[in-house]
Design a protein around this ligand. Structure first.
Ligand SMILES: [Zn+2]
Length: 238
């Protein structure tokens, strides 16, 4: 299903970016991703039955990330291959991803990360690169299972304790340390020492990907230690 919504890739693909379509039918999503007026696309769409459609060749730059940032780079489209996973999303009840669909997504991701040698810490959610705008593919997406199949980074999250943690409005060196750690991993946040709305959105995105038992945007001990374990596991720490 070729989409006209692409242009020339200026850089080799070194990010794999996962999305959900956020629409009630795959047909409607594909129609939009191929509509020149919509100016959006992705390289692949995986429907609920596990059928994979290719819309844009990997050598071209598909338009799926929008305004985004990762590891200091804002042109995520030039850096990435995008997969849209058919799911109505949080706006329409956010159903579970069917098994056949997840199996197909894993097989496709394995193929892509192998061929392009994409690092584990660069297999990302749209919410990771656009934390103030996006929720997809969301907390039901089985990142741990992908990691077990050789795709993406994962550490077992530390258990949630009783501490309240840090949150919106807090400031000080602890906040700067948290922001530096998030930034070291790749998130688009500066070490200002102020727990502002961006920081809360980034912590929420981190939790949605790596510590899904509580997604509240507060940096409790479990969130911070899970982040530190992830930095160590992926060699991203200082
Ligand atoms: Zn998306």
């Amino acid at each position: 299903m070729p989409s006209p919504n692409h242009d020339e890739r200026m850089l080799p693909a070194d990010i794999l970016l996962l999305h959900y379509t956020g629409m009630t039918s795959t047909a409607a999503a594909v129609e939009r991703l191929c509509d020149p007026a919509a100016k959006v696309s992705s390289h692949y769409v995986v429907d609920e039955c596990g059928t994979v459609l290719q819309l844009v060749p990997e050598i071209h730059r598909a338009w799926h990330a929008g305004q985004s940032s990762w590891d200091g780079v804002s042109d995520i489209n030039s850096h990435s291959i995008g997969i849209e996973i058919a799911n109505p999303g949080h706006g329409f009840g956010y159903p579970d991803f069917p098994e056949a669909q997840i199996a197909a997504v894993i097989a496709l991701c394995r193929d892509i990360v192998t061929r392009h040698r994409i690092r584990a810490d660069r297999v990302l959610a749209h919410s990771d690169v656009a934390p103030q705008r996006k929720l997809d593919p969301g907390e039901k997406f089985p990142w741990a299972r992908l990691h077990c199949c050789g795709v993406g980074a994962w550490v077992t999250p530390l258990p949630i304790g009783t501490d309240a943690g840090l949150g919106l409005g807090d400031c000080g060196p602890e906040i700067a340390n948290l922001q530096s750690a998030l930034r070291d991993y790749g998130y688009g946040v500066e070490a200002t020492g102020v727990y502002d709305e961006l920081t809360e959105a980034v912590v929420t995105a981190f939790q949605r990907h790596f510590r899904t038992d509580c997604i509240d945007g507060r940096a409790d001990r479990s969130t911070i230690e899970t982040l530190q374990a992830l930095l160590a596991a992926t060699d991203r720490g200082r």
